[in-house]
Design a binder for this molecule. Sequence first.
Ligand code: FMN
Length: 652
Amino acid sequence: MTEDQDVFRPAEYAWGSEPEPGAQPTSVPASGAQRTSVPASGALGTSVPASGALGTSVPASGAAAAIAPVTARRPAAHAMPGPDIDALYQVVAGRRDVRNGFLPDPVAEDVLTRVLTAAHQAPSVGLSQPWDFIVLRDRGIRERVHALARHQQEVFAAGLPGARARAFSDLKVEAILDTPLNIVVTCDPTRGGRHVLGRHAQPQVASYSTACAVQNLWLAARAEGLGVGWVSFFDERELAAALGLPAHLEVVAYLCVGHVEAFPPAPELVLSGWARRRPLSWAVHEGQWGHRGLPGGPPASLLGDTVAAVRPLDAEAVAQARERQEALTKPSGSLGVLEQVSVQLAGLAGECPPPLPEPAVVAVFAGDHGVHAQGVTPWPQEVTAQMVVNFLASGAVVNAIAAQAGAEVCVVDVGVAADLPAAPGLLPRKIRPGTADMTAGPAMTRDEALRAVEVGIETARDLVAAGNSCLLTGDMGIANTTASAALIAVFTGAEPEEVTGRGTGIDDPTWQRKVAVVHHALERHRPDPADPLGVLASVGGLEHAALAGFILGGAALRVPVVLDGVIACAAALAARALAPDVVAALLAGHLSTEPGARRALDALGLRPLLDLGLRLGEGSGAALALPVVAAAARVLRDVATFDSAGVSGEKG
Ligand SMILES: Cc1cc2nc3c(=O)[nH]c(=O)nc-3n(C[C@H](O)[C@H](O)[C@H](O)COP(=O)(O)O)c2cc1C
């Protein structure tokens, strides 16, 4: 490993550029695995990809930073011979979930036996060996299983937002009938009686053990040149009943197994753009959760690394996009702001035309505010938690608009003053249950502000790794326009009365109280705009801090971030104070009627795409603007040029 791998580089996040960990050893003889009792058949090394199989832009340093070839390693006592080690890593890197390109050729019984032998050598809790393998060849049974899977696929597809649904319809997610045999891997959680060592405290370790057997099977199959596709589109009990399993058995895996034309060079979901791999450096924590860094590397700073990765637009792509706009079959400049958006998207992606900003996701960051106690809003604080439940039930305005725009909605609890039950779409990331009253002391500690920013960065990274190409900001927090006004006043130098709005629609006395509250907080803390974390800690909200991180995270990944209203604008000011080039990734979805929004957008140099008198928040305005952003990219991609269409240009 080199420290290079630990650095948060924009190139690392370009589409398809993540090096394939472990794919580097190239000089391994196919016969390297002979020392084990399961002989290799020479399939190793034939179709394992070299690094960077996903694309062209794998940095050489990143490739070298993965698993070093054995010649570069110092042999450890009891290590297996070098070629064996390399062969192992090669099998691990070359294993693929296969769903396409199966051949009808039968699987030889001796090969199947070797593969099952490998599975049966898996570790298991208390050596309970809870697995069994049911080899299915009968087409009639497989057709019944296939029908069950098809039904679940339809249920899944029906719940997908637009771009995801389109992408899903192009994906093959099972090969139940295309393979000569299927293997059902079951788990008996009762096997071995009461005193299975290690199982009493965690009964689920029986299933984990069975998953280890599946992985052994998968690796051995790869070495033997057999493709394996794991299908989980089942109601597990329904499948168990269809297979006539005894009631005490669980189905852990349903595997489609057969010879293949080729192994995909990378996960098919990566090749199709459905999802991306997370770099190892995101997943390794030294000593404590959140202390990320590769072994032996310098400790990573999530915020520092993210800020360092934020860059201006790519000048070459910008120039190409401008040139292309001039060549499209339309009068120059006739698409107004849309043309600028397309140029920005190209500059951000570093390619012209830019990718379409889909799939897109609205992340609604939710938090409560201690300043609520000052009577700045007539709405009770518990509305924050109630609205979170509403978002998760798809009942809020943002859900409707996002559905129309084809975007997903997820909710991040970064500081709601209530316990929220787990629910699909909810990311529980609470830093504290609401801020403190900023008129009585700092809203939060500096450390809490940093951790909230990190929640935002992590959210952006995980949503982009999940395949999203556009991030939309959303927020929920009763009293959060008060914190927004304070933040905007600090970062723009405006007077509180200039940037304090009526939020949900307050009367004059409440507005005057709100302005006085902002004045009081600013006088008390005298926040320094050159210290953005300090500003967020003293007068911000947890959702503002997280949104600032979300914006930075998106910008570092070169993904467009569409801002919603005044809360997002306030957070964007904080983000820009941390990394001035962040504006390259920002698009202002709309102009909120909150006075602070215009002031903030002017300071950010952003022009709102829509001006519809909205002041709801939630991410509604950002979602509404998404089709405009998508259209800008689509125009640059799809519209013919004067040359290609044979259309005469303007005379003179
Ligand atoms: C527990 C588990 C369940 C899976 N279920 C499905 C499935 O139902 N359909 C599918 O197409 N792929 C399924 N996969 C395959 C994953 O999509 C695949 O492993 C992942 O994209 C990584 O690709 P790779 O295995 O080629 O490295 C499953 C994988 C695992 C580990």
